[in-house]
Design a protein around this ligand. Structure first.
Ligand code: C2O
Ligand code: CU
Length: 502
């Protein structure tokens, strides 16, 4: 029983620090045959063309071939679930069959879909009871890297493994030699390898959320990507952890970002090669394999303590390069049909302070205690505050826009007419970062008052302590949409709300 989740970091063989990672690299590697990363598997089709997806228990060899596998919950018993791949413009038809002993739903993270398909219990659909099924059917408008996960009791269901990858392929194939999804997840395991049942505990909720001490790529203990010199691979990196912000790097290679949160961006080389991915976030890289035949490089994730963990390797074939020279610099991926007609003059502006948590109180932050969470929440909305918002008092640890809500009860935090520009100011007045996610829309992360923006479309933005992130989107998708922190234990204890596009 780990009482501190980070007591036993997994690493080669102990965590190495940033300066000396080379000294530790390669120490404990078994030559594994390439396991296909998150590939499509045999699929069960209903007579009506729906692909059946069973939420059910399964086993995952998280700790490698020499340790007993871990009982997990997964889609078709797999975690990550089967990788769903469709072409842009094609309809996805999925029948969720609930073989669990508790209700569940599927949320399609980052897909701009019709509201009724968004998979939020009580807001867009009723929970799917054990033994029941629900049909999800929609045509994703955007090509890119998306994912799907439970949105019911997600603190438990996601921690047990209920997440998978959804890839929407571009209409014209993208010129890469391999296309690989890399799911980064952390697991809190007991010594016997079982998932630790401390779901939704208050200590996690007060602090950074449920962090696992065991980090995996595609739920494997170590993952080797087999490559050839001068090959170009598309790496789709997806953070499916409940709460952890990951830093990711592959040394000795150029890190070229092609898309973020499913949406193409101008190709961008990251100067220090380190990607910072909040929970829920995706980054698509084009990785040019520029080392010599027979070379290898580690795939590194930070250990939260200034060191790096080696979770796998890029392993070069010893034979001839795939081509004589690496490919020339890539052009941007084709743009998706996002609404771009921002009207800042006519925008609906909403301030969304983020309050609460444990660190702030421990640090005795007077401003928060006085004018922020306690006073603010009690005083907000004259009676429409806590009383009407569903969360039992002991679960109100965090607040979004002055209210601690489950994200589906109570009134919306705003209503907006379809087509209007919305500008949100996420002001983090707590001592921990938050990963703020908006359903049904992608947004721009503004610089200043909207004179410019960062070069990405996002569906989730990290808001660091004491910082404000201003975002903007055109509210073109009618319905009831959640806004919440994607640190699931924060969401479950108040950092959640919803808005309506009418
Ligand atoms: Cu991936 Cu409401 O979340
Ligand atoms: Cu949070």
């Amino acid at each position: 029983m780990a009482d501190g989740p980070l007591d036993k970091p997994k690493g080669p063989p102990v965590a190495v620090n940033r300066r000396s990672w080379l000294a530790g690299a390669g120490a404990s590697l078994t030559a594994l045959a390439l396991m296909p990363p998150a590939t499509a598997r045999g699929q069960e089709l209903g007579a009506d063309g729906f692909r059946l997806l069973h939420a059910r228990p399964g086993m995952a060899p998280l700790r490698g071939p020499n340790a007993p596998p871990t009982p997990i919950w997964g889609y078709d018993g797999l975690s990550p679930g089967p990788t769903l791949r469709i072409k842009q413009g094609e309809e996805l038809k999925i029948r969720l069959v609930n073989d669990l002993r508790q209700p569940t739903v599927i949320h399609w993270h980052g897909i701009r879909l019709p509201n009724a398909m968004d998979g939020v219990p009580h807001l867009t659909q009723m929970p799917v009871e054990p033994g029941a099924s629900f049909d999800y059917r929609f045509t994703p408008p955007d090509a890119g890297t998306f994912w799907y996960h439970s949105h019911f009791l997600s603190s438990e269901q996601m921690a047990r493994g209920l997440a998978g990858v959804l890839i929407v392929e571009e209409r014209d194939p993208v010129a890469v030699d391999q296309d690989i999804a890399l799911v980064v997840n952390d697991w809190r395991l007991n010594n016997d390898g079982a998932v630790h049942p401390s779901f939704g505990n208050m200590h996690d909720a007060m602090m950074a959320g449920r962090l696992g001490q065991y980090i995996t790529l595609n739920s494997q203990d170590t993952l080797d990507l087999k490559v050839k010199s001068n090959e170009r691979i598309r790496l789709r990196i997806i953070n499916t952890a409940n709460a952890r912000i990951f830093e990711f790097r592959i040394p000795e290679h150029v890190t070229r970002i092609m898309a973020v949160d499913g949406q193409p961006c101008p190709p961008e080389v990251v100067p220090d090669g380190v990607l910072r991915l909040g929970p829920g976030t995706r980054v698509d890289l084009f990785l040019d394999l520029t080392l010599k035949p027979g070379a290898s490089a580690p795939i590194l994730i930070d250990d939260l303590r200034g060191g790096w963990l080696e979770l796998g390797r890029v392993v070069y074939d010893g034979g001839a390069p795939l081509r004589a020279e690496p490919l020339p610099e890539p052009k941007a991926l084709p743009a998706n049909p996002l609404p771009q007609n921002f009207d800042f003059a006519g925008a609906l502006q909403v301030a969304i302070p983020l309050d609460g948590g444990g660190m702030g109180m421990m640090m005795g932050r007077g401003s928060m205690m006085g004018g922020g969470m306690r006073g603010g929440m009690g005083g907000m909305g004259g009676g429409a505050g806590f009383g009407g918002h569903g969360l039992p008092p002991q679960d109100r640890i965090w607040a979004l826009a002055g209210i601690a809500s489950s994200g589906h009860d109570g009134p919306p935090i705003f209503k907006v007419e379809r087509g209007r520009t919305v500008v949100l100011d996420f002001a983090n007045r707590s001592a921990l970062p938050h990963a703020m996610h908006v359903h049904g829309h992608h947004f721009r992360n503004l610089i200043g008052n909207g004179e410019s923006h960062k070069p990405y479309w996002l569906d989730t933005v990290i808001v660091d302590p004491e910082r404000t992130e201003r975002i903007a989107f055109v509210a073109d998708n009618p319905g009831k949409w959640m806004i919440h922190c994607h640190m699931i234990e924060h969401m479950a204890t108040g950092m959640a709300a919803w808005f309506e596009v009418t």
